[in-house]
Design a protein around this ligand. Structure first.
Ligand SMILES: Cc1cc2nc3c(=O)[nH]c(=O)nc-3n(C[C@H](O)[C@H](O)[C@H](O)COP(=O)(O)OP(=O)(O)OC[C@H]3O[C@@H](n4cnc5c(N)ncnc54)[C@H](O)[C@@H]3O)c2cc1C
Length: 302
């Protein structure tokens, strides 16, 4: 840690509880939670981690993340609060990975640029949104993508264009060892009334369908092609089931909520229960949408 401290120019928090950095409010300590000062700082940290084979994770705002109670024995790097430049050149948008998606959406709406308004209310950073190919109400972040800039573990910067990356429903082939630096989008102008209508519809749908009063990581499972995961979990009779302080939401069964001091093991128990019961009843294997760090795969599977 001493060596690492010497090279980090930004902030380094030692043994930092990941519960402070996940929307679940769950997760044990990370050895080093680092917000790099700039690209040079990031490059030096990545090269150091690579040289000494230190486990390294990239985290945006942790709104799609379940971290184990035992924590992360390594480095967590985040662009949040630092890589936050957002530039507009007519419809060409350049956004750094630490820009909050909500800010991007609002700034686009202000300029009558269409494409991302249906993602109003989706929490998280742009970096996380790209990796997850976040989307809502028919729109996905990859739809208007011009290019993505990443930094690899050797500190080299590369630009990917849409043809270089596969995007699908809550999926991208962006690699776990490449830090997303920024993205460029090409958006078109649209009548402001049409944009506002789409935004309001999405906003209303979100408020009606999601248990927004409680801490969660959004949808736990991807929707299988047969049916929505929430419907299957509900039909399996699991709505409202609790383990410790975690609950399969009564409002939306694909949201597992933290009622207070829930532990990651409470959430993983619910994950296994939902997978097992849905498989038994419908023969459908639920695939996780949330990203997990620090678990033995057996803790998550049936
Ligand atoms: C109440 C609620 C509602 C939600 N509704 C939706 C919804 O409607 N649609 C939807 O798609 N999602 C939804 N989500 C999930 C979540 O908001 C999105 O997946 C979001 O895009 C995650 O962004 P993040 O910055 O929090 O990413 P994180 O959770 O921090 O990380 C997600 C993944 O991205 C990687 N990552 C993050 N930043 C970087 C980076 N800079 N470089 C490389 N890798 C990186 C992480 O390693 C991880 O694999 C919801 C979540 C909540 C809590």
């Amino acid at each position: 840690m001493g060596e690492l401290r010497k090279i980090v120019q930004g902030t380094l928090l030692e043994n930092e509880p990941m519960s402070n950095h996940t929307s679940y409010g769950i997760g044990g300590p990370a050895g080093a939670y680092i917000t790099p000062k700039d690209r040079c700082d990031l490059a030096e940290i990545l090269k150091f981690a690579n040289k000494y084979s230190i486990e390294t994770h990239f985290v945006g705002s942790g709104s799609n993340l379940l971290v184990a109670d035992s924590g992360i024995d390594g480095i967590v790097l985040t662009p949040a609060k630092l890589l936050t430049q957002l530039e507009f050149n007519n419809g060409h948008v350049i956004a750094e990975s630490g820009v909050m998606l909500g800010r991007l959406v609002k700034e686009c709406i202000k300029r009558n640029l269409t494409g991302v308004e249906s993602m109003i209310g989706v929490p998280g950073t742009l970096g996380g949104a790209l990796v997850m190919n976040a989307g809502a109400f028919g729109g996905e972040i990859s739809n208007y993508l011009h290019s993505v800039e990443i930094m690899n573990m050797s500190g080299e910067i590369k630009t990917y264009y849409p043809g270089d990356i596969d995007f699908a429903y809550r999926f991208s082939t962006l690699k776990t060892d490449e830090f997303v630096l920024l993205a460029r989008f090409d958006l078109k102008e649209e009548n402001s009334i049409i944009i506002q209508e789409k935004k309001n519809k999405a906003s209303k749908g979100r408020k009606t369908n999601q248990p927004l009063k409680f801490r969660s990581a959004g949808s736990v499972f991807k929707n299988p092609k047969e049916n929505a995961a929430g419907y299957l979990i509900d039909q399996a009779g699991l709505k409202g089931i609790r383990v410790g302080n975690a609950e399969i939401s009564k409002h939306h069964a694909n949201f597992f909520v933290n009622h207070g001091n829930a532990r990651s093991s409470d959430i993983t128990s619910l994950i296994r229960l939902a997978r097992k019961t849905v498989y038994k009843k419908f023969g459908i294997k639920l695939e996780l949408e949330v990203k997990t760090i620090g678990f033995d795969p057996k803790e998550l599977d049936i």
